[in-house]
Ligand binder design. Sequence first.
Ligand code: ATP
Ligand code: MG
Length: 572
Amino acid sequence: MRWTQTFIPTLKETPAEAEITSHKLLLRAGLARRLAGGLYTFLPLGLRVLRKIEAIIREEMNRAGALEVAMPCLQPPEIWQKSGRYQDMSEVLYHVYDRAKKEWLLGPTHEENITVLVASEINSYRQLPKNFYQITVKFRDEIRPRFGLMRAREFVMKDAYSFDVDERSAEVSYQKMYDAYVRIFERCGLRTIAVEAHTGAIGGSFSHEFMVPAESGENEIAFCESGKYAANVEKAVSQGPLIPTPTASTGASPEKFPTPGVLTIEALAQPPYNVPAHHQIKTLVYIVESKPVVLLLRGDDQLNEAKLAGALGTVLLRPATPEEIYELLGAHPGSLGAVGVTHVPVYADLALRGAAGMTTGANQDGFHLRHVDIARDIKVTRWLDLRTVKAGELCLATGLPLKISRAIEVGHIFKLGTKYSEKLGAVFLDEQGRPRPAVMGCYGIGVTRTLQAIIEQSNDKDGIIWPMSVAPYTVCITPLDVTPGGRIMSIAEQIYRQLIESGVDAILDDRDERPGVKFKDSELVGFPIRVAVGEKSLANEQVEIKPRAGQLMLVHKTEAVNRVLELIKRAN
Ligand code: ATP
Ligand code: MG
């Protein structure tokens, strides 16, 4: 390709819409343009990257035995009502209406669609296992579309769905996808960590997320340096708080004392009270499926809502309002406690087991209680793991300190079980002729998010540093004088032609621009290798080869193509 014949509208200035590095570079390198919030047009260079990522995914899916299909984006709402997700995913569903005012949905995902297909086409164990995948556009009415392709309203996803005769076979299918994902991200030049994850609204029993560590990520992951344990912080566990919970009773009974204006754990830790946070019991009230529950944590711990939802098996929960709390406990947040509370279930975090000599709210505004021994003074209905792990706490598996990092989720795999096959009738006859629901798994990769995550992970002050495998062009040939028929241009054209003939994706920067402009642009776009042909080096019959993230080399002009081919070979 010749630069003047394609379309690479690079930008010197960063558009105001972009906050994070990868979003800025996506726009500045001329890969994509915003149409409206969460909607992007891919330009020729961006589309080339997208197609290369898709090709890697397709190869690995096929290698793992998955079968490519293509399902409609437009879906009938009836199948969503049947699965229960017309309600459960209502927040992200886009509704459209046809001329007869009939409603349709724009697919945010395709479990319903594929399960309906399998229900009508597969009826014997002999036809299983099967894994179907597609690479298509998904639509989600996100509360906050942002960061460019990272959280869009319309984005490209690879989604796969496996159907098996039983749990054990489903685990084999799951492992195949896990392994395929590791290969896919490796081949895309992306460092990911596979973490244990919650299953959320998709449902199911078991799942892993593939995370790209990045400051701009919307997730937090906890991981052990040994590589033996990694989990989304929503799910992560540790050996517990670094400072042990006090367990020595003062022997005294709970004693009320005035704490006017003290509404936080921090305030009670200050003079004149000086009660360390880990000597306090934090009391929260939640409404779970419209019923109140009291939650207790150590004062220095944070509630992990995902753990609460997981333990109670529902996503229908929210913090109670101050009015609801006052009606329930007779006090406002800041003065709450569970001593003597018997009319509401009390769920306590495991780190509070055996806690004694603690301080907590008195359920009277402006008062707290001290000398509280949890076993003696509080009626705990259930002990649950409710706390959020902190960096430095010790790993349960290895005893080493856990690290916490922000991360971008690029892929997610679930063991679904039979939730969808039961609801949508994906039943087959087993060897004994008995009807059984297929055991399912589902596997997603955010393809457009992956593209931007690669940029987020691989860049420097000058621009993007594309891994060879997904670069829009692998080599950029930069003649510093483009006079047609001139020596410089002829040599550049020759190198360009030979590279193309060797099967290399090459682009010839044939613009009549100053060298500085051309160098800056090729660095901004991030071509992995640049070959510069100019008067100065040609005086010694040499050209300059510059790997985007490496040292400049001067090589004889007849050696240039071979050296480039070597560099490419070495990267693969
Ligand atoms: P998130 O928690 O980021 O909203 P999710 O759990 O809703 O993701 P899945 O339903 O598992 O996502 O979808 C599979 C993959 O699709 C995700 O791992 C992510 O890479 C991608 N994805 C999800 N939502 C978006 C979006 N709004 N824009 C771009 N990619 C997305
Ligand atoms: Mg989501």
